[in-house]
Design a protein around this ligand. Structure first.
Ligand SMILES: NC(=O)c1ccc[n+]([C@@H]2O[C@H](COP(=O)([O-])OP(=O)(O)OC[C@H]3O[C@@H](n4cnc5c(N)ncnc54)[C@H](O)[C@@H]3O)[C@@H](O)[C@H]2O)c1
Length: 327
């Protein structure tokens, strides 16, 4: 039996594929490589290049592999881009997602692990954020993820399709093989380290007047291999007949942008020049998870998610892959 991983050539997907394969699971990747990298997937793993909602390609994959479950990462995930080009996000994340999930249901695949996000909460009323907090996204990206969450819940009620929607906070860090390389890169950790190596002349820090101790925004960073392990636990939960659920993946510990920069300076031993820029629209001051449900339901505990370990792992990967996957 195989696990279909959509978006498996992307950042979190490729690490999850790596971890699943290491545990002896058969994996099939479907990725259009629009934002992913072929070399992020080991050559022994079957990789189909195409869109997640391409029904005829999905039927071909389902006829060639005994797919038991799907981990659905494939999505566009830039908040700013989603504000500029909402149609692109609703088409890619919602329309493609609907086509994927209905095709899987028709083929009898009834277990889905879905990449959701803390962006579904919007501006939180309370910190830490629990899964029962109100969800009112502040951008189209968040709405596309919330739409799929609601669809999965409806499919469970109507068809008994089981799912775990994992609401990630901020993924960061690398394994020896796979690291973070987005084009363009909008995430803080790789950019801090690019500024340390000189690949980025200066790091932009967006906003310094947030109501936080140092005025910069606070986020909850989770090591990508801890995130990957949570997907494997979610698959096990579904295999064991566990109920559908929505689960935060964070550590419960937040760090400000300036704390990440300072930690980057310590880990690399290099200066990191910064420039303060205006805050980005729709960027909440503080996003920190109440991560207790992940421990309770999945038995998940982050093991590598302390900030220095995260930064060190991505620094090592960037040093050994100076052009990311583009070499
Ligand atoms: N990186 C984070 O901190 C974070 C936080 C919360 C949620 N997420 C979610 O996790 C998932 C993975 O994020 P990531 O950082 O690894 O992103 P990524 O861009 O590195 O990976 C996404 C992959 O999906 C592929 N893809 C996108 N749309 C597709 C489609 N329609 N058909 C086939 N392939 C498609 C891309 O080519 C890429 O390889 C996304 O769904 C994202 O919304 C990420």
């Amino acid at each position: 039996m195989a696990v279909l991983v959509t978006g498996g050539a992307g950042y979190i997907g490729s690490v999850t594929v790596e971890r699943l394969s290491a545990q002896g699971e058969a994996v099939v990747v479907l990725d259009d490589l629009f934002r992913g990298h072929r070399s992020a997937v080991a050559p022994v793993v079957p990789l189909y290049q195409g869109r997640a909602g391409d029904r005829s390609l999905l039927k071909k994959i389902l006829s060639e592999h005994k797919v038991e479950a799907c981990v659905h990462f494939a999505a566009l995930a830039y908040v700013g881009e989603s504000v500029q080009q909402p149609a692109k996000y609703f088409e890619n994340n919602v329309e493609q997602g609907v086509a994927l999930i209905t095709t899987l249901l028709d083929a009898g695949v009834r277990s889905i692990v879905f990449s959701s996000t803390c962006a579904t909460y919007g501006e939180p009323e309370q910190i830490p954020i629990s899964e029962d907090a109100p969800q009112w996204p502040t951008n189209p990206y968040g709405w596309t993820k919330l739409a799929l969450e609601r669809m999965l819940a409806a499919f469970d009620r109507a068809h008994g399709m089981k799912f775990v929607a994992l609401r990630y906070f901020n993924a960061a860090g690398a394994t020896e093989r796979s690291g973070e390389h987005h084009e363009p890169e909008s995430h803080l950790v790789p950019n801090v380290l690019k500024a340390a190596s000189g690949a980025l002349p200066i790091l932009s820090v967006f906003g310094q007047n947030y109501p936080t101790p140092d005025g910069t925004a606070i986020r909850d960073y989770v090591h990508v291999s801890d995130l990957a392990d949570a997907h494997i636990l979610a698959l096990k939960h579904l295999r064991a007949g566990g109920a559908s659920d929505f689960i935060n993946l964070g550590t419960g510990q937040g760090y400000s942008v300036m704390e990440v920069v300072e930690c980057g300076r310590k880990v690399t031993g290099r200066p990191i020049p910064i420039r303060i820029e205006p805050p980005r629209a729709g960027d909440p001051a503080r996003l920190v998870a109440d991560a207790s449900r992940a421990t309770k339901v999945l038995g998940w505990k982050p093991r590598k998610s302390d900030l220095a370990t995260i930064l060190r792992s991505q620094w090592d990967w960037q040093q050994s892959h100076p052009n990311g996957y583009a070499q």
